[in-house]
Write a protein that binds this ligand. Structure first.
Ligand code: PAF
Length: 277
């Protein structure tokens, strides 16, 4: 497995590799959810590359960029064991050299929910992903279903900018109690960790209500809210998974989405009403 630090090194390393080529973009601190992306990419692609880059552009000034978990050595070992051919791990000055001024604005889908709570977040995600796609030139790129709004943003970007690659969405990996794996779970103290599955229970309650015949969005969301008990909700809703606009009337295509704060850590999750994304 090679480690490349610049776009030129990536292009040189991948020039002779077999296609199709899959890319797994990550910010490191890898867990079983990331490795599920690599496993799927290995099943579908002759060559798999991964990136490790904690992207400052997608963090707000008061967010956790500085303390975001970093575990480069163990990440590299895990990616090597998982059969990745190349890891692209640029530093910030390589990704955003002095004078860097171009950004990708993902439009309305990037302005709702996470976009409203984290202004500029999806602009940062879209910009870094377009740069990664331009450098690696993958046939397919792999993303986790947990970050459903990120997937919606990137689908829009890939289609609108004619990027000519396939986005593959891999199901969320969960702990036994339903908590979605996330690099931010390490921030939870034991009582917060014990409370955190309430988010998934709330989403499951919404899905159960709709599958049980509830057609009113507000009432379905209220079922979720009841399951949240006194947890500190940031949002809970049912949306169209492509546009992230609230889904009224409810339909099997809907996605129950939610975000809850446990202490200073805000977690996100989602559950499809019908088939997975
Ligand atoms: O999902 C993530 O880890 C990040 O948002 C991504 C896609 C690697 C872009 O920095």
């Amino acid at each position: 497995m090679r480690i490349a630090r610049t776009p030129a090194e990536v292009r040189e390393a991948l020039a002779s590799e077999e296609r199709p080529l899959g890319l797994v973009p990550t910010m490191g601190a890898l867990h079983a959810g990331h490795l599920a992306l690599v496993t799927r990419a290995r099943e579908e692609c002759r060559t798999v590359a991964a990136s490790i880059f904690v992207n400052p552009l997608q963090f707000g000034p008061a967010e956790d960029f500085a303390r975001y978990p970093r575990a480069f050595e163990s990440d590299v070992a895990a990616l090597r064991d998982a059969g990745v051919a190349l890891v692209y791990a640029p530093d910030v000055a390589t990704m955003y050299p002095a004078g860097f001024a171009t950004a990708v604005d993902p439009g309305p889908v990037g302005a709702l929910y996470e976009g409203a709570l984290r202004p500029g977040h999806f602009r940062g995600v879209a910009t870094v992903c377009v740069k990664l796609f331009a450098t690696v030139a993958p046939d397919r790129a792999y993303f986790g279903a947990k970050d459903a709004q990120q997937v919606a943003v990137l689908r829009r970007v890939v289609a609108d900018l004619d990027l000519g690659l396939e986005l593959v969405v891999v199901p969320t990996v969960r702990e036994a109690d339903g908590l979605a794996l996330s690099s931010r779970n390490v921030y939870l103290d034991p009582p917060q960790r014990a409370d955190a599955p309430a988010l998934h229970r709330a989403l499951a309650a919404i899905v159960d209500a709709v599958r049980g015949g509830e057609t009113d969005r507000e009432r379905a969301v209220a079922c979720g809210r009841a399951a949240l008990a006194d947890a500190d909700e940031a949002y809970l809703d049912v949306v169209d998974p492509l546009t992230f606009t609230p889904l009224d009337p409810l339909a099997a295509s809907g996605l129950a989405i939610g975000s809850v704060r446990f202490g200073t850590t805000r977690l996100i999750d989602n559950e499809p009403i019908g088939e997975a994304l």
